[in-house]
Design a protein around this ligand. Structure first.
Ligand code: KIV
Ligand code: NA
Length: 274
């Protein structure tokens, strides 16, 4: 059994075999992906995917810690990275360190991820110099939805230089990798070629050093909306609903439970499992 990679192992994968990652929020889902992913992200997307929030802004430290602990129980081979939730790091480096240290100590995560480029470089440098590996996240940063004005592509036309500057700033500050979300393909390839740390694409380019998707999106469990960059590898939502509908019909028809699901009044003979 290979042991889980750490942040420096991930950094060393720059330019090599693509890094594979997904989000996870629960133990059973973490177990399913453990052998297939290099790292698993406990994303703050948990707020929208599992808690019914309309954005990630309402996600709390407590939610991240509970889901992080659950995911950790399901992982042996993959590294765990955990998102810093909105308002847990933006005030400054000291606040960021306090909350990042708590997330790592209470969940066992090997790194934190936070959103922001040039404006977060000082905070990233502060954390990394004090022992906290940081994965950056630039391009579309959902915690800034209210100032971005929508979930649109980031870095087209004359916006490209700003996203490139963000990529350079987080790499220079010591981030061990960076998520590029909803960045146009050519720009994602240019960033990947220019910076010395792995780029992890989501709605970016197959040329990135790795890819990530929200697991409930790619399995077809989360169907409230489907961004263009999501590929549905399965349609488990409709499959689950069909199973629930069948159960409901059988209960109403008294065909469930059947003989094999109920217990006899007489104790079974020794050696029998009934
Ligand atoms: O929270 C999340 O799921 C993420 C990934 C989409 C990168 O940040
Ligand atoms: Na996130």
């Amino acid at each position: 059994r290979k042991k889980a990679p750490n942040a420096e192992d991930i950094r060393a994968r720059k330019g090599g075999e693509p890094l594979v990652s997904l989000t996870a929020y629960t133990t059973p889902m973490a177990r399913l992906m453990d052998a297939h992913c290099d790292f698993v992200l406990v994303g703050d997307s948990v707020g929208m995917v599992l808690h019914g929030l309309t954005s990630t802004l309402g996600v709390t430290m407590e939610m991240m810690i509970l889901h992080g602990q659950a995911v950790a129980r399901g992982l042996e081979k993959a590294m765990m990275v955990i998102d810093m939730p909105f308002a847990s790091y933006e005030e400054g480096p000291a606040q960021a360190f306090r909350n990042a240290a708590r997330l790592m100590a209470e969940t066992g995560a090997g790194a934190v991820k936070l959103e922001g480029g040039v404006e977060m470089a000082e905070t990233i440098r502060f954390l990394v110099r004090r022992g906290i590996p940081v994965m950056a996240h630039i391009g579309l940063t959902p915690q800034s939805i209210n100032t971005l004005g929508g979930y649109k592509v980031q870095g087209r036309d004359d916006q490209a230089e700003a996203v490139l500057a963000d990529a350079r700033a987080v790499a220079e500050a010591g981030a061990f990798s960076v998520v590029l979300e909803k960045v146009p393909q050519g720009l994602a390839d240019r960033i990947t070629a220019e910076i010395p740390i792995p780029t992890i694409g989501i709605g970016a380019s197959a040329g990135c050093d790795g890819q990530i998707l929200v697991v409930d999106d790619m399995l077809g469990f989360f169907t409230a909306f489907k961004p263009k960059f999501v590929k549905r590898y399965a349609e488990l939502g409709p499959l689950a609903e069909a199973a629930i509908a069948e159960y409901a019909a059988e209960v109403r028809a008294r065909t469930f439970p059947a003989a094999e699901h109920v217990f006899a009044d007489q104790a079974p003979a020794k050696g029998s499992r009934k």
